[in-house]
Design a protein around this ligand. Sequence first.
Ligand SMILES: [Zn+2]
Ligand SMILES: [Zn+2]
Length: 420
Amino acid sequence: MEIKAPRGTSDILPEKAGIWQFLERRAISLFERYGYRRIITPIFEYTELFRQGIGESTDIVQKEMYTFRDRRGRSLTLRPEATAPVVRAFLEHDLLKHSQPVKLYYIGPMFRYERPQAGRYREFWQIGVEAIGSLDPALDGEVILLLMHYLKDVGLKHLQLHLNSMGCFKCRPSFTESLEGYLQPRIGEFCSDCKRRIKLNPLRVFDCKKEACQNLLSNAPRILDHLCEDCKVHFHEVQEYLKMMDLNHVINPSLVRGLDYYTRTTFEVISPHLGAQNALGGGGRYDNLVEGCGGPPTPATGFALGTERVAMALEKEGVSLPKDSTLDVFLAIVGRDQKPDGFALLSRIREEDIAADMDYGGRSLKGQMKLADKLGVSYALFLGSKELGRGVCRIRDMKTGEQVEVKLEEVPKWLKIHLK
Ligand SMILES: [Zn+2]
Ligand SMILES: [Zn+2]
């Protein structure tokens, strides 16, 4: 039997990995400019972390986790998201001692057992930030600005920012009560998932993607009408920061983001090109999660974006990305005898931080030139017995076709100067 990659996963081959690298490099450079530092947490955690952190009533915990027992019978889960693991690490390593907020970012694969479709996979990559330890609405502003800045920075133009407030534990109960009052008389008309949601946590009905359920919710009470004074002021200030940065946004009262830990600001960035799975990324505040994981009351906020979705949107918008090949130099050997000297020269070139390669497939000189062309290098080097005898190497500028002879020991320096 032919073995293939598991359903809902994909191999990221070099061409696509080039886009991944580009997206990661841009994230690292931009996030660090905003004062965020990288954190790497395990791919799997104890299942209990996600049950407590994400919430029992969410779709993720109910039916989407990859949970298994290890050889000692402990229940482990492949991480479906990274916020709970980051908070766990924050507490475990006592990052509370550091000056707050602690600003972190992560890059890596997440796992959810969902029906695969365009833009939705069982293994998917996320890039995200978490800022833990501040209630300042300016921090909400910064996190949203950073997400928008990043998406524009990688080349996307068509972005819609959706915004909502989920209230706090003070004002949410009155909203939940009024929502329940709205849902109970209509419960028969909702799908079976929603019936379960209404029992466990009525707020989760907003996660339903079914049109019939969405229509039933069009006149549902709005959380924004139930915000307490503190939440109202906070939400207003967040919007003032967005206005100041000219970030246009749409208020979307049904934006609840599928996780129980969100409080106050939630946001999502939508691409009009992506169809059903149109959210490029999103996030919000989670002021109770640190406490819920056993720490002291610690407000926090963050976002995550989907690498596959951003890559899809870049393709749909026709954004041209940096060229795939990063090789600058190809060294061609005229005859077998020159291979050892060529190999040594190649090593010296690479030691100068120049990306260079040679042929290992026994190609003819013509074949090597074809390869150099295909690789899109700036310079091709020729090493034959005549050149070696005189201690030189022929260098061809692949754009102009011009050739020069350079002394062997000066080749790395010559390339360094001319590649700038
Ligand atoms: Zn409130
Ligand atoms: Zn439903």
